[in-house]
Design a protein around this ligand. Structure first.
Ligand code: S3P
Length: 190
């Protein structure tokens, strides 16, 4: 399937075509740079920023690694959905950039919440080999990143759900500043 870019004909949204989004949600696989790009983008736009994984860990009082260990992926996904619902309900008039964890946009109930919110969902993409290497250079322990082969397979498995995002931005070989500028430009925010 050819990745999309440009305007997404949102089916269910409180945002009509041509309006500037007031919520930008970054999705994509582990290592895509959702958090770092989100931070840079929010500074550029002077918007608020929130990382969903941080909210999940704060609500649960334990790390993602502990959640996977004690409650399994099912328990983690439940906590993730509750945190996303809460986050979206709290967004007032102040515009916001949100970074989701790599598996959140693959969950239909999360996609539904995002559609209702009118958020512009941007898929940050890149070759899985590069994403794997980026993760290796970070201190974060990711329970769903094991070896390179498993990582690539999971990426392939999730790709169709990421492609349901309204925009796709290629991050390969780019720094967060460049990617954030491309996201802002694609969305007509700068
Ligand atoms: C996950 C990605 C992680 C985190 C959790 C599960 C996934 O976030 O939410 O470990 O399912 O891909 P990052 O994409 O920020 O690493």
């Amino acid at each position: 399937m050819k990745p999309k870019s440009g305007f997404h004909p949102l089916a269910a949204s409180d945002r009509s075509q041509g309006d500037r989004p007031r919520i930008v949600v970054l999705v994509g696989f582990m290592g895509a740079g959702k958090t770092s790009v989100g931070q840079v983008l929010s500074r550029r736009l002077d918007w608020r920023f929130e990382d969903l994984d941080d909210r999940i860990q704060a609500r649960e009082g334990r790390s993602i690694e502990e959640m996977f260990r004690d409650s399994g992926e099912t328990g983690f996904r439940r906590a993730e959905h509750a945190a996303l619902r809460e986050l979206l309900a709290e967004i007032g008039s102040a515009p916001q950039v949100v970074a989701l964890g790599g598996g959140a946009f693959g969950q239909p109930e999360n996609v539904e919440l995002l559609e209702k919110s009118g958020a512009a969902v941007v898929f940050l993409d890149g070759p899985p080999e590069e994403l794997f290497r980026r993760c290796e250079q970070q201190p974060i322990r990711r329970p769903l990143r094991r070896d390179a082969e498993q990582f690539r397979e999971l990426y392939q498995q999730r790709l169709p759900s990421y492609l349901a995002a309204g925009w796709r931005v290629d991050t390969s070989g780019k720094d967060p500043e460049t990617v954030a500028a491309e996201v802002a430009c694609s969305l007509g925010l700068q």
